[in-house]
Write a protein that binds this ligand. Structure first.
Ligand code: IPM
Ligand code: MG
Length: 364
């Protein structure tokens, strides 16, 4: 029996509610099989840790994560701590420190979920957004001077390296190749951003030569937003810079019905370091502690975690359980217009996982 070491980093806000729910799903799954089990280690990093220690996570915190097989993350954000501190002190520290350069965000309209697009059939919206996750607009390079004076100046440098752009585009082409439509849209803003984005376009053409079976096109990021709304079926795999894809993926999640559903994988494709899985939503202070958070974004992230571990059958079973539960309006949380609680949705998904195991055992 394989044992996977899973780090749990709930972080702040509703992260503390959805990560334990995700753990429950993994535990339920493990109970149904003899082929793998999980060992969990939970880390209490985040806003509370910051109040005690002045840091979001310990300086050597990454050492504790390096040996894990995967990380399940909740969210970082605290009403009393500036957002750039919570973000840079925890989530970005992990993503950049563990070189999780491919941020992968699948979007689909799940059965039973009502998206806001009138003319969009569920089969028209089936995307994966690949977000560059370690550089670009999130390079953190920049500074401020003359602070508080009228000549104050501030810069945030968007930094793109050839190696960084090549590896994310190669990842995106490979992912597009693995999907039925073999269709990739490379999104830039190379009309206005005339240096790094022009380099993206050039590198995209170079990498494309190695993937003759992938059909690809280019789109400017502003036009891409309109295309997502007006012609969703014209898109399949999408690759963009750190900030562009950040914005597009919120739009994608909203078009698929709710930010509460959308998952993320922060992948280190070479597997030198563990990858990290998290719901796309933030810490949602307005509903935290009330048991109202939608845990589906975390469960779908658990599916991506299982796929990354190579547990494809288990991943499929969790996804089927999610779809089964999403299809029942009585099990919709507030973000979906319902009044189900985090707990009710979690219990329903776990019950469905257990039930499908009994069925498949009965058939065998
Ligand atoms: C995301 C989030 C973060 C980001 C926030 C919390 C800073 O929006 O994962 O998309 O911009 O990267
Ligand atoms: Mg975002």
């Amino acid at each position: 029996m394989k044992t996977y070491q899973i780090a749990l980093v709930p972080g702040d806000g509703i992260g503390k509610e959805v990560v334990p729910a995700g753990r429950k799903v993994l535990e339920t799954l493990a109970h149904t099989t003899d082929s793998f089990q999980f060992e969990f280690e939970a880390f209490d990093w985040g806003g509370d840790y910051y109040r005690k220690h002045g840091l979001m996570m310990p300086a050597n915190g990454l050492d504790a994560l390096r040996g894990k097989d995967a990380i399940l993350f909740g969210s970082a954000g605290d009403p009393d701590i500036p957002d750039h501190i919570t973000l840079w002190g925890l989530r970005l520290k992990i993503c950049q420190g563990l070189d999780q350069y491919a941020n992968v965000r699948p979007t689909r309209i799940l059965p039973g979920i009502d998206g806001p697009l009138k003319r969009c059939r569920p089969e028209d919206l089936n995307w994966v957004i690949v977000r560059e996750n370690t550089e670009g607009e999130y390079s953190g390079v920049g500074g401020r001077m003359h602070q508080g004076h009228s000549i104050e100046v501030a810069t945030d440098l968007s930094l793109m390296t050839r190696a960084g752009v090549e590896r994310i585009l190669r990842y995106a082409f490979r992912l597009a190749q693995s999907r039925p439509r073999k269709l990739l849209t490379v999104i830039t803003k190379s009309n206005a951003q005339r240096h790094a984005m022009v380099m993206w376009d050039e590198i995209a053409a170079q990498i494309a030569a190695g993937f003759p079976d992938v059909t690809w096109d280019k789109e400017l990021v502003d036009a891409a937003t309109a295309r997502m709304v007006n012609r969703p079926a014209s898109l399949d795999t999408i690759v963009a810079t750190n900030l562009h894809a950040d914005i597009l993926s919120d739009l994608a999640a909203a078009l698929a019905g709710s930010l509460g559903i959308a998952p993320t994988a922060n992948i280190n494709p070479e597997r030198v370091y563990p990858s990290m899985f998290e719901p796309i939503h933030g810490s949602a202070f307005d509903i935290m502690g009330k048991g109202l958070a939608n845990p589906i974004g975390t469960f779908w992230s658990v599916v991506l975690l299982l796929e990354h571990l190579g547990e494809m059958a288990a991943a499929r079973r969790v996804m089927q359980a999610i779809e089964h539960v999403a299809a029942n309006p009585r099990l919709h949380t507030r973000d979906l217009g319902g009044n189900a609680t985090t707990n009710e949705v979690t219990e329903a998904v776990c019950a469905e996982i257990a039930a499908t195991t009994r069925n498949s055992l009965a058939q065998a």
